[in-house]
Design a binder for this molecule. Sequence first.
Ligand code: GDP
Ligand code: IMO
Ligand code: MG
Length: 424
Amino acid sequence: MNSCITGLQWGDEGKGKIVDVLAEHSDIVVRYGGGANAGHTVVVGDSTFALHLLPSGSVRPNTICVIGNGVVIDPDILEKEIDKLAQKNITLTKRLLISENAHVVLDYHKKEDQLREDSLGQNKIGTTIRGIGPCYADKVGRSYAIRMADLRDLKKLKAQLGNIVEYKNKIFAALYNAEPINADQIFEKCKCYADKFLPFTTDTTEFLHKSIADGKSILFEGAQGCLLDLDHGTFPFVTSSNASPLGMPAGCGVPAKMVDKFIGVVKAYTTRVGAGPFPTEQDNEIGQYIREQGGEYGTTTGRPRRCGWFDAVAVSYAVTIGATDSIALMHLDTLTGLKEIKICRAYEINGKETTFFPANTTKLLQTECIYETLPGWEEDLTEVNDFSDLPLNARNYIVLIEELTKKPVTIIGVGPKRTQTIFR
Ligand code: GDP
Ligand code: IMO
Ligand code: MG
């Protein structure tokens, strides 16, 4: 059984928790896209792990972890992450595989990300400044890209870096009047990356296909969310990769038809970090309540997340493009205490009602939300472990989400811990 877990909103839906829970029954967990812009939280007992590049299966001692070709790898962050796990006696020595075709995020990518965002002022995207956009841009541009396999030939790499840094410095000076970067320093860091990571670097596509032939069970772990997808999200306020399930085959070399189940993860409300349209946003005391109850502050940047009502139009769109089979609904517990809870069931754009999400920022900014209002509940849900024990109003809320998205909610999150999960 192979499953793919992806976010159906603007990221931070709780993918890390679900992947960790499902990894108990999986042999391999694969990250296939994004980079250290992701922050996936896994809570095990009293320990909380924030994973940026390692798959969320890494905290389970026997799970094989694969970082696929579609991921952009910041080796500094990866090293820190591996060290943090080692402090908790979790070692990845024999169970981490890194694609030789994955691209490497270097210091000049992060500098470029920062300089560009600063120069955009009011129009900035609100990126995580992890160098994601510039690294993917170099990948698409090809001539100035560095992949993990390039760390194998240091002599050639030194020459490559010399050319790249010369080119980048011209841009930094001309566009931003910024200090140049030093090619030798970057090369010295790359020598350390080679020592550290080449033992893990391999042809992960071959490994995955052999594993499938051997009947292994694989979990594919998406980063970000469908609405941040470069092609299908709210462009330009998106990330630079195909964060929907459509990115999975390209990001690891395994065709989608080899996946038995696509599980879409959503929050029982909506959050977004960074700029961009957000039709159901509640920039008021309701949004504030959700933020504080749900601890809605970024895992990667610590920024407060924008909060709003569940948007069934947006999620239905994500379900459609992602061929979602079932939904994991997280953070139901966070809504406890609200008198009324709203769900957006349709949009009105220029006087016309629609239930199909327009992935178009201009239209989204003109959108009026049409809501259904349901009564809330007062009960604490964090100890509930059976659907039938949820308050009637909470069950009705879930049933309405199922009706509007036309997909079954098979997993419900009532807290960050593994045990705070209801399976239906
Ligand atoms: P991801 O990026 O999709 O992996 O999500 P993040 O880890 O960035 O953000 C989700 C946050 O919600 C983390 O702090 C999780 O520990 C927490 N979380 C996950 N599921 C639940 C849930 O059902 N209830 C509550 N209260 N917290 C949850
Ligand atoms: P996980 O995997 C939430 C957002 C950023 C910004 C936009 C572009 O934890 O769900 P980037 O640095 O990618 O160029 O930023 O995308 N973003 C995320 N928002 N969760 C994430 O990942 C995100 N990764 C990127 O906030 O708006
Ligand atoms: Mg996150």
